[in-house]
Design a protein around this ligand. Structure first.
Ligand code: ATP
Ligand code: MG
Length: 362
């Protein structure tokens, strides 16, 4: 029986998003051909500054119906802060997707690749290889808060952290499942129960309860302050790290930073039940400073595509695509690596090298 194609909405967006996207799509096409995975792509021009200029909005009115028909959104980058404020571009597109499609998991790999220099001295590939799972919808980023006596010297400001059993448990379950699927089966929870007296001790108790369902997963926890220090000093102790919205946000920038340039790191916003599409994107933004120059690193975009395949269970194809990227970067050819990795290569040169590597697997 013919496999149903995986439907992918391609949304390149702005700036370098438009430049790196074709390489992401090309790599997905090449690898899926090799592994006989039917993919269906459709490209959209919304969620971009040019679309806004033409239509007065970041998205068409029926965007939710349109995108709901896809399994995944493959997203480049959005925003040109010199032309439109981030509140319009980001809030008007990416954050709407995240909220309306209940993408409550943010997932980022933290993996040191041969050929990419880590800012951490003496780190070798294999020393850093873990995942960060961030709660993506509640927690510290609630809209609940207030101000009193504004502008006076009695001024008071407050912002509430809101955690729900439903919201936290579903993220913990995802993180435990991920840990269980990995050889080391280790889960680290980010906490701060020695300083934050209500939410964090409760978070710890939810972790303890979930742990009873996963007797084979080895669980530990660290306070966020020492945890960030360990990211830098002993990243090899981690396998899967789970954190609240704020802690996860901090960790998911620090982790990839330890593995080299922002140009290679991918990120996924996931609705695990598949009720809504999940979104796969590079960590980097539209990079207006280098947009249009053809020198953006396409690896973050390609790696996001790799995460997409992995998420939908195409693990062999995903492993092969990761291998292709690692082979090319591992050769450390300065003519191929882009400037952010210390080379002289262009988006096209590096993109073609990875495509060539995949073709070499035939
Ligand atoms: P956002 O607010 O959308 O996250 P930003 O301005 O914070 O965007 P980026 O757009 O990612 O961050 O740019 C940060 C810096 O990293 C810039 O100097 C940019 O040129 C560089 N950069 C980002 N992505 C890449 C890439 N793929 N290749 C090379 N350099 C990149
Ligand atoms: Mg920014």
């Amino acid at each position: 029986m013919a496999q149903k194609p995986l439907k992918i909405a391609v949304v390149p967006g702005d700036g370098i998003g438009v430049e790196v996207m074709p390489w992401g799509v090309q790599c997905l096409k090449e690898i899926s051909e090799l592994y006989n995975i039917p993919l269906y792509f459709e490209e959209f021009d919304f969620a971009s500054v040019p679309f806004y200029k033409k239509h007065g909005d970041m998205l068409p009115r029926d965007w939710k119906t349109t995108l709901s028909q896809f399994d995944a959104i493959y997203f480049g980058a959005v925003g040109m802060p010199d032309e439109l404020p981030d509140e319009v571009t980001l809030w008007g597109s990416l954050l709407k997707f995240r909220r309306e499609f209940d993408q409550y998991i943010n997932l980022r790999p933290c993996r040191l690749i041969a050929g990419v220099k880590s800012p951490l001295a003496d780190r070798k590939p294999g020393d850093i290889d873990f995942w960060i799972v961030r709660e993506n919808t509640e927690g510290e980023y609630s809209q609940i808060g207030g101000k009193m006596f504004e502008g006076t010297d009695r001024e008071i400001v407050m912002q509430e952290t809101v955690m729900t059993r439903f919201g936290v448990d579903r993220v913990l379950k995802y993180a435990f499942d991920l840990a269980q699927s990995r050889p080391r089966k280790k889960l680290t929870s980010a906490t701060k129960s020695n300083g934050i007296s209500t939410t964090m001790p409760w978070w710890d108790s939810r972790v303890r309860e979930m742990a009873t369902k996963y007797p084979d997963v080895n669980v530990d926890k660290y306070h966020i302050d020492i945890l960030t220090a360990h990211f830098v000093q002993k990243p090899n102790i981690f396998d899967v790290v789970v954190g609240s919205n704020l802690f996860g946000d901090i960790l998911s920038d620090l982790g990839p930073a330890c593995t080299g340039t922002i140009g290679i790191a991918p990120s996924a916003n996931i609705n695990p039940e598949g009720k809504f599409p999940s979104l796969f994107e590079p960590v980097h933004g539209s990079a207006p400073d280098i947009a249009g120059k053809g020198i953006a690193n396409p690896v973050g975009m390609i790696w996001a595509g790799q995460m997409l395949l992995h998420h939908f269970g195409h693990t062999s194809a995903a492993a092969a695509l990761l291998q292709a990227m690692e082979n090319v970067l591992g050769r450390s050819d300065p003519g191929v690596l882009t400037a952010d990795m210390g080379g002289k290569g262009t988006t096209k040169i590096l993109g073609e090298a990875i495509v060539g590597e995949i073709r070499g697997f035939r």
